[in-house]
Write a protein that binds this ligand. Structure first.
Ligand code: IMP
Ligand code: MG
Length: 191
């Protein structure tokens, strides 16, 4: 991994660059082409999971060459600042009805998979025509649920807690245009 250029080098909370702006841009273009081909003739309803997915969602929806629709839901998970407990609460529900829609759930990162398995159950109960998941990042983890992700941007190693491009620590760093390690990581991530 490459060192971050200044001024991020000067911030001791930020660590190594994990995914550059250019890598994100080119991977999203690829995902957009795949999604456009897979959903030709049945434009998907993109469902972004707030807040982490808002940056990815904005770029991904513009990379899809189909008349997509977009909606958002916000979830809060009980747990520590850096690890979910799997108990998820819907803070903002969708505006649109999912019945008979081809739903593509857009996530920032899948870690344990607990948030995702909750969301999957919740959305399937609304009887969409199909439900698939696109996650920008997937962390390699031992204790991961069965994931079944149709589209994955990047896999990151288990020891790295990351920020940027929508991902936060206590609401900070979502606006970084790249993904980098959070150096002041909690013990589970300190490697
Ligand atoms: P899971 O339920 O363990 O899969 O956790 C998924 C959620 O935890 C994501 O939607 C993020 O909000 C948060 N999360 C997990 N890992 C990171 C990270 O490295 N940086 C920022 N947020 C993370
Ligand atoms: Mg978060």
């Amino acid at each position: 991994m490459r060192r971050l250029p200044a001024p991020h080098d000067a911030n001791p909370e930020l660590g190594e660059l994990v995914i550059s702006e250019e890598q994100i841009r080119s991977r999203i273009a690829e995902l957009g082409r795949e999604i456009s081909a897979d959903y030709a003739g049945r434009p998907p309803l993109l469902v972004g999971v707030l807040k982490g997915a808002f940056v990815f969602m904005a770029d991904l929806c513009r990379a899809v060459d189909l008349p997509v629709e977009a909606d958002f839901m916000a979830v809060a998970s009980y747990g520590s600042a850096t690890r979910t407990s799997g108990v998820v609460r819907i803070v903002k529900d969708l505006d649109l009805d999912l019945t008979d829609r081809h739903v593509l759930l857009v996530e920032d990162i899948v870690d344990s998979g607990l948030t995702l398995s909750y969301l999957r159950r919740n959305l399937l109960a609304r009887e969409p025509a199909s439900l698939a998941v696109c996650s920008l990042l997937v962390r390699d983890a031992d204790d991961q649920e069965e994931l079944d992700l149709a589209y994955v941007g990047f896999r990151i190693p288990s020891g790295t807690f990351v920020v940027g491009y929508g991902l936060d620590v206590s609401e900070r760093y979502r606006n970084l245009p790249f993904v980098c390690a959070y150096a002041a990581s909690p013990p589970r991530f300190a490697s």
